[in-house]
Ligand binder design. Structure first.
Ligand code: NAP
Length: 259
């Protein structure tokens, strides 16, 4: 199947590992020209041959600088950088974190996507391109993550819909992908959210990951591979899907129980 992405210029935030790295690889496999942005360049990203721009997107000026550095032309923006670990002491906080923790979660998961989109908008409109934001099931079921993270992802989902409505007439398609539990550092790293939860509950990290699907209402027996999320992102970016606009593609192994 030709997704007509060959030669398209694609910017993926958080492209150094996890879902972002899988997305970089998937676009490269389609013949796209890919720029990845994150704070650090991993050997795995290096091996892809994608262009790398170092930036801490939680800093207010960084998204505009990164977009400028990526060059004047852009067809596809994937706002993927994000995450929701618990800051020290947040498990004991009634709102899962103080003002600073809430501001950081919104800065990383929402503001960075808004700022990157703002900077990239002229090029995306000129290309009649596509934006894909990466949300989370936590937006719909906040039990799935720290509250500041869940609230920021819910706001990102609303931002996606608003942007889609506003720019559909100009030929820009904006959609959100909502991943459920996905096998990245969130689950696998000793510093990831699931390791934090396991530590907090006094449970074995590997056992929590193993039991996660059946303990959390998934209808499949394994957490999701990043490549599956990436396939949806690439399809949403494809000009062969002109009618998918303002949509929320949920890829969660059946975790969310509403239709
Ligand atoms: N894994 C899941 O179960 C899951 C579920 C639902 C939604 N999601 C969402 O999917 C997206 C990707 O998550 P993932 O699981 O792939 O996480 P990951 O493996 O931890 O990767 C996160 C990526 O974002 C980058 N990043 C983090 N903070 C950044 C910052 N301040 N500035 C620039 N880049 C930054 C990281 O690179 P550096 O650290 O080098 O900066 C990395 O490339 C996130 O938006 C996450 O909320 C994940």
């Amino acid at each position: 199947m030709d997704l007509k992405l060959a030669g398209k210029r694609v910017l993926v935030t958080g492209g150094s590992k996890g879902i972002g790295l899988a997305t970089v690889r998937a676009f490269l496999a389609e013949g796209a020209d890919v720029v990845a942005v994150s704070r650090t360049k991993t050997p795995e990203l290096e091996a892809t041959g994608a262009t790398f721009i170092a930036a801490d997107l939680a800093e207010p000026d960084a998204p505009a600088r990164a977009v400028l550095a990526s060059g004047p032309r852009l067809d596809v923006l994937v706002n993927n950088a994000g995450g929701g670990t618990m800051p020290d002491g947040a498990f004991d906080d009634p709102l899962d974190g103080d003002d600073q923790a809430w501001a950081y979660a919104f800065g990383l998961n929402l503001d960075s996507a808004i700022r990157t989109t703002r900077a990239a908008l002229p090029a995306l409109l000129a290309a009649r391109g596509a934006v894909i934001n990466i949300g989370s099931t936590a937006a719909r079921d906040p039990r799935g993550g720290p509250m500041p993270y869940a609230a920021a992802k819910a706001a990102l989902t609303a931002f996606t819909r608003g942007l889609a409505e506003k720019y559909a007439g100009a030929g820009l398609r904006v959609n959100v992908v909502t991943p459920g539990p996905t096998r990245t550092d969130v689950f696998e790293s000793k510093e990831g959210f699931i390791a934090q939860v396991a530590d907090h509950l006094g449970l074995d990290h590997a056992a929590v990951v193993e039991a996660f699907p059946r303990q959390n209402g998934m209808l499949v027996d394994a957490i999701i591979e990043p490549a599956e999320i990436a396939r949806a992102i690439v399809l949403l970016a494809s000009p062969t899907m002109p009618s998918v606009i303002g949509a929320n593609w949920i890829i969660d192994g059946g975790t969310l129980k509403a239709a």
